[in-house]
Design a protein. Structure first.
Ligand code: KG4
Ligand code: ZN
Length: 332
């Protein structure tokens, strides 16, 4: 089965083609970073307009790269939510139109689920596994026992980890998006130079909190010590506070669940220090850590096409009533 996937939940317009036997055939991502950089964050209305401009050329390029005309496509998968509602609707309406015009089945997929299963584009992971999903909008832990079995174990009580990176970078005048810049700067800094707080919450909690850390950074930057500090040292110390908690809680959850497999997913799992720490601590704890390529951690449509292929192959499809949704369907 060959599936065209479309993703437009935030500020990336993406399309990909995934084939059951040939694997990933085309994978195109058009980023809107330049459009939003001037505002220091994603402007929802501008994002929707950019998706409208990009969706046709991006889908055409993915089909061309895959050497697939509409006849070769067996189904269309699209991100239905969660995300920015205007952005989601652009991808969703386009996917519905293609499904109707081509007479091919449609499959709405959840953005969180597609991140969590993206690892299968590169590796075979045995079920069950623990997944840490860390992105701009989400920081959650799941127990994944099958292609339709994803149990929410805990999540952030306030800011997402990516949001903390982005807001910190903004406070430090480093521009947008902040995560990648912080990651790069941190490599030249001393992570032990400044001590930022870690919110471990209760001993066995799979929940996270990053708002106190953000406030601590703001207070530090305004202090005489903060004004005199080297930017790379601040970036490295701040980043360490985030990744220490992410890796620590993810591995503690794997231990508590009795599962020796941990999968990282979402944009923040592209962070080089998080990857290093998860690998090191995983090896010490006897937990196999799976790290998808960075381009499969950030938003893409390859993960949408893959999940669509699995769902459509298993006989699940969506009707014309499929609608977009803004809020996460996973909660405690
Ligand atoms: O998964 P994603 O592409 O979009 C969402 O669904 O949110 O994640 C985007 C987030 C942003 O907050 C971005 O700053 C962060 O992932 N990010 C990083 C890195 N690359 C992207 N954060 C830290 N280090 C990175 N290398
Ligand atoms: Zn995402």
């Amino acid at each position: 089965m060959r599936v065209l996937g479309i993703e437009s939940s935030c500020d990336e317009t993406a399309a990909a083609v995934y084939d059951t036997s040939a694997g990933l055939l085309g994978n195109v991502v058009s980023s809107q970073v330049k459009v939003h950089a001037a505002y220091g964050g994603v402007v929802p209305e501008l994002a929707s307009r950019e998706h409208l401009r990009s969706v046709v050329p991006v889908v055409e390029k993915a089909l061309t790269d895959a050497a697939s005309g509409s006849d070769a496509i067996d189904g269309i998968a699209v991100t239905a939510g969660p995300g920015l509602i205007g952005s989601l609707l652009v991808g969703l309406c386009f996917a519905k139109s293609l499904s109707y015009a081509w007479g091919k089945p449609l499959c709405g997929v959840d953005h969180l689920e597609s991140h969590v299963y993206a690892v299968f584009l590169e590796s075979e992971v045995a079920f069950p596994y623990v997944a840490l999903l860390v992105s701009g909008g989400h920081t959650s832990l799941f127990r994944v026992a099958g292609w339709r079995e994803m149990k929410f174990l805990g999540g952030t009580l306030d800011d997402a980890a990516g949001e903390a990176f982005d807001k910190a970078a903004k406070m430090m005048g480093l521009g947008y998006p902040g995560g990648v810049v912080m990651d790069r700067l941190a490599r030249e800094g001393d992570a032990a130079r400044h001590r930022f707080p870690r919110a471990w919450l209760s001993h066995d909690s799979a929940d996270f909190s990053f708002s106190g850390l953000k406030t601590a950074l703001r207070t530090f930057l305004a202090s005489p010590e903060g004004s005199a500090a080297r930017v790379p040292d601040i970036a490295a110390s701040f980043q360490e506070a985030i990744v220490d908690v992410l890796a620590g809680k993810a591995l503690a959850t794997a231990r508590r669940e009795g599962i020796p497999r941990l999968v990282l997913s979402g944009g923040v799992s592209a962070n080089s220090r998080l990857r290093e720490l998860a690998r090191e601590r995983g090896a010490a704890a006897g937990v196999e850590v799976f790290l998808p390529s960075k381009s499969l951690c950030t938003d893409n449509a390859a993960m949408v096409a893959l999940l669509g292929e699995r769902r459509l192959s298993a006989g699940f499809s969506s009707g014309a009533e499929l609608n977009a949704y803004a809020a996460s369907r996973f909660s405690r």
